[in-house]
Design a protein around this ligand. Structure first.
Ligand code: TZP
Ligand code: MG
Length: 218
């Protein structure tokens, strides 16, 4: 069931996000289980990163995500699909710089949406800020199996990006190969929010893994 009550202060909703968890498009019962574990573990923001080309299926997952996140007071984001983000009642959409331009997203949405953009270097970061991103993904921090073929930008870009964004009002989330052990050095680099997939979803106990990450980020 959809819920379009909406994020009125879209950008502000991201201010307190510390732990951002990316979920794959598992079958509904498994998706709900993983979503519950992440939320119970203290995830402040959850992204649906669907690879299926079954739009009805992705839409149903997005509706579950939007509803459960709203109940838990967490932020819901849909990757790659502005149409599904808007229609499902999610809080926002995450895109690449080569996807639909941000202005178009603002045009098709009847309510303010959080816009997240992926960046890998300072020119991309500048472009993302120009496009009106509410938050930017910065990374990949380390080698990741979740999105193969990416060259890690390492801590260097993450440090530069955090500095560059200071005072801009644009939030960030570090991403890529982040484990609990990475959090202290990321925090030292000024990172406030970390996005993980496998560190939670591949853990024996996803809820416990999320809790551990969250504790390190507080
Ligand atoms: N974009 C950059 S790295 C990444 C995405 C979607 C995957 C993050 O997954 P993990 O398992 O936390 O490395
Ligand atoms: Mg994408």
């Amino acid at each position: 069931e959809k819920d379009i009550s909406g994020a009125l202060n879209a950008r502000e909703k991201f201010a307190d996000v510390r732990l951002y968890v990316l979920l794959d498009d598992l079958e509904e019962p498994d998706f709900e289980k993983m979503l519950s574990a992440a939320l119970k573990g203290g995830a402040d923001c959850i992204q649906l990163r669907a690879k299926s080309d079954d739009d009805g299926f992705v839409y149903r997952l997005a509706c579950i995500l939007a509803r459960r996140c709203r109940e838990a007071g967490a932020v819901s984001i849909v990757n790659d699909r502005p149409d599904i983000a808007v229609s499902s009642g999610a809080d926002g959409v995450h895109l690449g710089l080569k996807d639909v331009p941000a202005e178009v997203l603002r045009d098709i949405s009847p309510r303010p949406m959080i816009l997240g953009l992926t960046t890998h270097n300072i020119p991309e970061l500048q472009e993302a800020v120009k496009q009106g991103a509410d938050y930017v993904g910065i990374g990949p921090f380390a080698q990741t199996q979740t999105k193969p073929g990416l060259n890690p930008s390492g801590l260097k870009y993450i440090k530069e990006a955090v500095l560059h964004l200071q005072g801009s009002g644009v939030y960030h989330t570090a991403i890529g190969g982040i484990k609990a052990g990475s959090i202290p050095q990321l925090r030292e680099a000024g990172v406030r929010c970390a996005a993980v997939s496998s560190a939670v979803t591949m853990a024996d106990n996803p809820e416990k893994a999320a809790k551990e990450l969250k504790k390190l980020l507080l």
